[in-house]
Design a protein around this ligand. Structure first.
Ligand code: C2E
Ligand code: MG
Ligand code: MG
Length: 407
């Protein structure tokens, strides 16, 4: 932990190297180490002698700048970015480095080292999302993210260990036949004292605190196990979809994990679909691509979630082993009144059909949206029109009442 220098105002810089992983992967770990040493030297040469420099892990560095305020911190951040424009030479390669820098300032962003570091980290993460090679000063939103990480992070760890998370399921309906196509598993966290916490909030915390793989593994186990339970109760849900995060796809053991879970529950691979968001694809990381191919080869479905919200290129769509595209809710919301949303939806359905992928639309809330989608030849719909996400028992009761699927 950092020893805070006196009472004066000072700034903390959390610095992360963009795409360091690629450098390690292409040049090897020895050169990766040499590269980190060169970056450390460069950071040191750009700092004044009373600054405190440390490496906080992997490709992350922390600098404490004494006697500074926001203006002088910003000016130092600019000099760091400028100073990094000069290439670094490693094993005969000239590498240009870009940094993501998050800045927190004492006392505005917290009374102690832990909260200041946490705020700087949130700012750094936001910065890396927004643009490469830039800096961000901690904002109110970062404060909230930092607080979430500190407070919710440990509560989540505890809840995961005690089995306090559960999955709800939302049915997906085949538009042409009206039959059940599948169900999407969505995590729910009802904490004994903190109350109900939305996935949009705790999934981000899980990602930031290194717990997202635990959640992914747990949802896979739980959802596949649920298929067996429904089968036993006489409800045949053809397939279950599980959301997995980008970080999980970089783990080389993911295909083996999926294979083991399917084998242990004796469930056919075709009855599992994993949903990935466009951000998984953006880096085109080699491990991710190998993993996707291995999962596809198992016979498990791969679905691109929230399609249309990210930066997918159409050529990339054809290169990925996808079996399904899910058009984002924002397009469906505007379908009736917005010609652009209709044009995009029509185009995506057409492309999906051509590429032999099933097209699912999420967020279908009204009969007229469903009729429009039927007219556009869309395959599957999911949304409040049919049902909200619900407990496994409620899903069973719902399906018995509404669907032509029970025995
Ligand atoms: P998603 O995968 O796109 O899931 C669909 C979200 O839309 C769900 O929100 C669902 O409740 C909501 N939804 C479904 N139909 C309608 C509708 O007709 N109208 C409206 N307004 N909303 C509808 P939820 O459950 O809050 O989940 C939010 C997001 O959190 C999910 O978006 C997914 O990205 C993430 N998520 C949830 N569970 C998990 C999980 O176990 N692992 C990971 N990695 N992410 C998860
Ligand atoms: Mg999803
Ligand atoms: Mg979605």
């Amino acid at each position: 932990m950092i020893d805070l220098p006196g009472d004066n105002s000072f700034s903390i810089f959390m610095i992360d190297i963009d795409r360091f992983r690629d450098i390690n992967d292409t040049l090897g770990h020895m050169n990766g180490d040499a590269f980190l040493r060169a970056i450390a030297d460069r950071l040191k040469s750009l700092s004044q002698s009373n600054y405190i420099l440390s490496r906080s892990g992997g490709d992350e560095f922390v600098i404490v700048m004494p006697d500074s305020n926001e203006a002088s911190a910003v000016s130092f951040a600019r000099s760091l970015i400028k100073g990094m424009q000069e290439p670094v030479e490693i094993a005969g390669n000239l590498l240009v480095v870009s940094l993501g820098i998050g800045i927190s300032i004492f006392p505005e962003n917290g009374p102690d080292g832990q909260s200041l570091l946490s705020h700087a980290e949130s700012a750094m993460r936001r910065c890396k999302k927004e643009a490469r090679g830039s800096f961000c000063v901690s904002s109110t939103a970062d404060n909230r993210a930092a607080q979430d990480r500190l407070l919710l992070g440990s509560a989540l760890r505890d809840s995961l260990a005690r089995g306090l998370l559960n999955l709800h399921y939302q049915p997906q309906v085949d538009i042409r036949t009206g039959r059940l196509y599948g169900a999407e598993a969505l995590s729910r966290w009802n904490h004994p004292t903190l109350g109900n916490i939305y996935p949009s909030r705790f999934i981000a915390v899980a990602e930031d605190t290194g717990q997202i793989e635990t959640i992914g593994t747990w949802s896979l186990e739980e959802a596949v196990g649920q298929l067996v339970k429904w089968d036993g109760a006489g409800l045949h849900v053809p397939a279950v979809s599980v959301n997995l995060s980008a970080a999980h796809f970089r783990n080389r053991d993911l295909p083996a994990l999926i294979e083991r879970i399917l084998r242990e529950h004796d469930i056919q691979p075709q009855r599992l679909t994993v949903e990935i968001t466009e951000s998984v694809m953006m880096g085109e990381n080699e491990d991710t691509m190998t993993g996707l191919a291995a999962i596809h080869n198992l016979g498990v479905g791969l679905s691109m979630d929230d399609f249309g919200t990210g930066y997918s290129s159409l050529s990339r769509l054809t290169r990925l082993p996808l079996t399904e595209i899910k058009i984002d809710r924002s397009f469906i919301m505007n379908l009736e009144h917005d010609a652009n949303a209709q044009a995009v939806t029509t185009a995506v359905i057409g492309i999906g059909n051509r590429l032999k992928m099933t097209v699912v639309t999420e967020g279908v809330e009204t009969e007229s949206q469903l009729e429009l989608l039927e007219g556009l030849n869309c395959d599957v719909a999911q949304g409040y029109l049919f049902a909200r996400p619900m407990t496994p028992d409620d899903m069973l009761a719902w399906a018995r009442q509404k669907m032509k699927i029970t025995q």
